[in-house]
Design a protein around this ligand. Structure first.
Ligand SMILES: [Zn+2]
Length: 497
């Protein structure tokens, strides 16, 4: 058997002013053929699982085209049409196929397509015809549309956050697709979309209520004839009609059993709706907590500037307040290519005066004036060998400058916004976050695997920004109404069919 692998993987924050455009894709990557193997073989990412699954099932896996960028705003239409066009052309030219494996996120938005993943899957379906098995593994943050599921034969979803099971789900997807292609199984899928949003601070699958919901999905999936059951968190920072939580169930041949399973799971999710909400401390209350903590470091999770959720990583909301209070000993990264260039002209060991961060129109906070000494200039590449969010291994911050400020802080200024998901990000440029009283980590879930082991205290901070935890800060145009917790609402499972 031969399975094609293709995809365009993007989590779109429609509130972000930064579009996923040609420049961003040029830097992030459009990989073809063997380049995909080089990048992803033996990795913890979905494609790593597809390759491994093919080896185990005796299926030839043929990677064609894969586009990827870090979370940002919508994909521009020129990039969308050119990448998807190239994908489809490669699919037509290199067949015949026994199956297709898609690597899409599930929360992509492109200019003109609020459901970009549904659009991609439908176009793939149109090329390969109604009968060919097509499988996909979606991110747990997918805003799953009926159109997407209808175009797919098998839809699996990560069930961990931080996402550490992408490869495992990829292997499973190949297995199910191969058994479908051989006629051994006949998957039927059922979807329920809930009028419900889970707060970003309640998405950790190691903690209740998500831990019990994922466990419930596992029990449902283990029943006779069931092939899969998934609970999906959704991505509230995409203002689209399909935004929200959902559940999926796949049964071998019996639609009514799949339906009963998915409805049972969805009702369990709905019953946890209050528990799925959260409130954090505002910046002042978080700094009070940090000041009263004797141990170090206190890790402040800057939720509004969550790089993994599509924020630019340039917010100074916490830094500004720390400077205003006269606190010392803070370490953080800050996306600020302009300040990096100023440091490069000044040179290592020299003093600089900078105005750092918050340079975009929609940035949270304001640029902060600092004086300091340039400790390090680096190319910004680092490697994380441990299991971190999404299974990523190689990181590139672009040209990077480390500045020790006169008021006792250390700023790691980067040319690209890179998630704070690995301690190597600091250690690779000679900064040990354990030496500071306050460490700002931009994110809420992605920093935990790296920072929990070193933190005296972790504080979730309800900061402003395009990934704010208080969703009341956003104006939605396209989401469904009513939805909990925006509106009080009931949930009629019969109407979800
Ligand atoms: Zn995700």
């Amino acid at each position: 058997m031969r399975f094609a692998v293709l995809g365009l993987f993007h989590e779109a924050n429609t509130f972000s002013p930064v579009k996923a455009d040609r420049d961003m894709f040029a830097a992030g990557g459009i990989l073809r053929g063997e380049q995909i193997v080089d990048q992803y073989a033996d990795s913890g990412a979905t494609i790593g699982g597809y390759l491994e699954g093919g080896a185990r099932a005796g299926v030839e896996i043929v990677p064609l085209v894969f586009g990827f960028v870090n979370p940002a705003g919508a994909i521009t239409s020129d990039v969308f049409e050119s990448v998807v066009g190239e994908m489809l052309e490669a699919l037509r030219d290199n067949g015949p196929w026994d199956g297709v494996l898609l690597n899409v996120h599930g929360a992509a938005v492109a200019e003109g397509f609020l459901d970009a993943d549904g659009e991609i899957a439908s176009r793939v379906r149109a090329v390969v015809g109604a009968e060919l098995p097509v499988g996909a593994v979606l991110d747990l943050h997918a805003n799953v549309s009926r159109r997407l599921v209808d175009a797919l034969t098998i839809t699996l979803v990560y069930q961990t956050n931080p996402h550490v099971d992408a490869a495992e789900k990829g292997i499973r997807c190949v297995d199910l697709l191969a058994r479908t292609a051989s006629g051994e199984i006949r998957p039927v899928q059922e979807l329920v979309r809930l009028p419900l949003v889970v707060n970003i601070a309640r998405q950790d699958t190691a903690e209740r209520p998500m831990s019990s919901l994922v466990a419930k999905a596992e029990r449902v999936a283990a029943r006779p004839g069931m092939l899969s059951a998934s609970v999906v968190e959704g991505f509230p920072y995409a203002d689209v009609p399909d935004m929200g939580m959902s559940c999926l169930a796949i049964h071998d041949g019996d639609r009514s059993t799949a339906r009963a399973a998915v409805e049972e799971l969805a009702l369990e999710v709905w019953n946890e709706r209050e528990e799925l909400q959260a409130h954090g401390l505002d910046v002042d209350a978080a700094l009070d907590a940090a000041e009263h903590e004797a141990g170090a470091p206190v890790v402040l999770l800057d939720v509004g500037d969550n790089i993994g959720g599509g924020a630019p990583g340039d917010s100074t909301a916490i830094l500004e307040a720390v400077c205003k209070r006269g606190l010392r000993s803070l370490a953080q990264t800050l996306w600020d290519p302009e300040s990096v260039r100023q440091c490069e002209s000044a040179g290592v060991g020299n003093e600089v005066s900078l105005c750092v961060g918050a340079k975009l129109e929609h940035s949270a906070g304001s640029p902060v004036a600092v004086r300091g000494t340039i400790r390090v200039l680096a190319d910004g590449h680092f490697e994380e060998s441990g299991a971190v969010h999404g299974g990523f291994r190689y990181f590139d911050m672009g040209p990077t400058a480390v500045v020790d400020t006169t008021d006792g802080h250390t700023l790691v200024l980067t040319s690209k916004p890179i998630m704070n998901s690995s301690l190597r990000q600091f250690l690779s440029v000679g900064v040990d976050p354990r030496d500071y009283h306050i460490v700002v980590a931009k994110g809420v879930n992605s920093p935990r695997a790296a920072y929990t082991p070193i933190a005296a205290k972790m504080v979730v901070v309800d900061t402003d920004g395009v990934t704010a935890m208080n969703l009341g800060r956003f104006t939605y145009q396209h989401r469904r109404r009513p939805m909990f917790p925006f509106e009080s609402t009931t949930f009629d499972i019969g109407e979800s069919r």
